[in-house]
Design a protein around this ligand. Sequence first.
Ligand code: C2E
Ligand code: CA
Ligand code: CA
Ligand code: CA
Length: 279
Amino acid sequence: AKNSDRGSYKLFNAELSQIVSSRAQLLLDLKEAVEQKQLTVVYQPQFCVQKNIMTGVEVLVRWHHPKKGMIPPSDFIPLAEESGLICAITDFVMHQAIHELTTHELLYRDIKRVSFNVSAADFNHSESCERFIANLSSLPGDWSVIELELTESAALLNLEGIKNVLDVLRQRGVQVSLDDFGTGYSSLNTLRLLPIQEVKIDQSFVKDIIKNKQDAKLVRTILAMAQALHLRVVAEGVETHAQANYLMSAGCEEFQGYLYARPMSIEHLVTFIRNLKQQ
Ligand code: C2E
Ligand code: CA
Ligand code: CA
Ligand code: CA
């Protein structure tokens, strides 16, 4: 038994070191990706279905690896957060999206809100606030079109530091959204301590809303709470009419998901908006 134990230990070790080295390789690749412009951004529209208007877009990063092809954010964002590389990615995403949207003259006129995903690690440095300000300074107009989406699990770590930065940005009009709402450990505490105007109901709640009574009740509770606190609510991951209808009847007003639009390039967004107007 001892021998085979040792054997499995070795095996485990070998697997582990392979995981470690492939992660290290991925991190090296990611550094290169940031420098060599392998990253792009896509936009996913959000809608107020009742009023039949597009309320905004969420910006999502994409990585086209030269050999491995498309790598999903869930595979590299955590790595970027741990390594601190996320700051460079956030800088790129903000610059690129603002550049593309202003080049195509979509901001302010057609698009009233642009949401960026930010990580707790984006707030970890003494110059975090200046960084955000520098990134947003290329905006041709006021900053109330900008929204930062913060995940509550991320916020937990450095609530005080995050609050200080958000307070400054709030004064300039930037809006704040709590992403993946309900999935973290202290959603209410985060809501209480940070200057938040919007919550996003996580897609894990939306997914089974029709079948799962418990999920449906939780979503209704989130909506009631948001209403009491005068928070906007966006439901994410809406894929079916049944989900949308249920959410609407429960009082949800803003929707994002494949049912309405998938994340798309700036060129597709231009066409998408043009078609919306012709409807
Ligand atoms: P998230 O912020 O919760 O973004 C929503 C994710 O759900 C996106 O995945 C989007 O493509 C996907 N999605 C949208 N509608 C639907 C739907 O109807 N059904 C399903 N099944 N999925 C839908 P994506 O683009 O792969 O991003 C995954 C996560 O990676 C994001 O989750 C966000 O946490 C993170 N992320 C993406 N871009 C950035 C970024 O620029 N910066 C940071 N820090 N994180 C990012
Ligand atoms: Ca988000
Ligand atoms: Ca989510
Ligand atoms: Ca998220």
